[in-house]
Ligand binder design. Structure first.
Ligand SMILES: [Fe+2]
Length: 317
């Protein structure tokens, strides 16, 4: 696991006991946790519109970005626009932002891709981050601000500790909360992570497929939500992004999946951004044969192979 794009830099690792050591109180009525925007400025427009609609209905929304808001935005204009807008909100790092702020030789994109991810995907991702690092080099102010971001946050919201991560409780780029990990069965590991962090819910992204899990740990209901990607399709024949919404009241539009635990509604909400407008921007930056076009264009149009029912764990309930 020492090859570029498959390794996990030491700086990505953290102590589980530290994750909820510092807790900040949220006074909002609703949290939107937005992971994996991947430079999709139209999805950002839609997230902001969704928040305004909630506010029109009397609910204050806190936008929380938990990393990888950069990726396809490989132009000076789009790089500046995405970062200036996102950094207005509550933000923590993804591996992409870490590698923009602190390019580390031999790390590539920092995704720590596991064995089941094709080598071609890994190599193209390494070239995408190189291109983005070149753009970022013209924006030292933004790089500085990215470098100052924390790697995780713990929010006290609705009386629960909501641990906001990028990867998993061991690493910024960990795959322990990936859809694939839940599909294989990771209950024992999850129980340990909830005990060692003291979190009531973990909200993550990074691995690009959505998960909504709930279970009992130490006689208390706990929740994991992985939003997949806010800026790319997540389900079959569905190009909409997904974000995590948490609130004492449920969503007023149809969620992809939702559950209520300990007085809070945890929902995966679709982000129905202007798809044609985004594809026009994407195609201009990543023409046919380019690394992002080869790796992602099909997903941007067609989503993944998952049905909505496939994202809920334990399955069968
Ligand atoms: Fe990531």
């Amino acid at each position: 696991m020492g090859e570029e794009g498959r390794s996990c830099p030491l700086a990505y690792r953290y102590s589980q006991a530290d994750l909820c050591w510092q807790v900040s109180e949220s006074s909002a009525d609703v949290l939107y946790v937005i992971g994996g925007l991947y430079g999709n400025v139209l999805a950002l427009d839609e997230n902001e519109r969704m928040a305004r609609e909630e506010e029109r209905q009397g609910r204050r929304v806190q936008l929380v970005f938990n990393g990888d808001f950069n990726w396809f935005n490989a132009s000076d204009e789009l790089f500046g626009a995405i970062n200036e807008r996102v950094l207005e909100h509550t933000v923590s790092l993804g591996n992409v932002e870490y590698e923009l702020a602190h390019p580390s030789p031999g790390t590539g994109c920092g995704c720590a891709y596991p064995e089941f991810v094709d080598q071609g995907v890994v190599e193209r991702s390494n070239r995408i981050i190189e291109r983005l690092q070149n753009v970022a080099s013209s924006h030292p102010d933004i790089r500085q601000r990215l470098g100052d971001l924390p790697r995780y946050r713990c929010l006290m919201f609705g009386g629960l500790k909501i641990l906001v991560l990028h990867g998993d409780p061991e690493s910024l780029a960990g795959w322990g909360l990936a859809h694939e990990a839940f599909a294989e069965g990771n209950e024992a590991g999850l129980a340990e992570w909830f005990k060692s962090t003291g979190a009531d819910a973990m909200v993550c992204t990074h691995t690009c497929l959505p998960v909504l899990w709930s279970g009992l740990v130490a006689k208390q209901a706990r929740v994991v939500v992985n939003n997949g990607s806010a800026g790319m399709g997540n389900l079959q024949n569905d190009p909409r992004g997904l974000i995590t919404r948490i609130g004492a009241s449920g969503p007023s539009v149809e969620p992809v999946a939702t559950l209520e635990r300990r007085g809070l509604h945890f929902s995966l909400m679709p982000v129905a951004f202007d798809h044609q407008a985004w594809m026009d921007r994407f195609d201009a930056l990543w023409p046919t044969g380019s690394d992002a076009e080869v790796s992602y264009r099909n997903r941007l149009f067609n989503g993944t192979s998952l049905a909505a029912g496939d994202v809920v764990f334990p399955s069968g309930f």
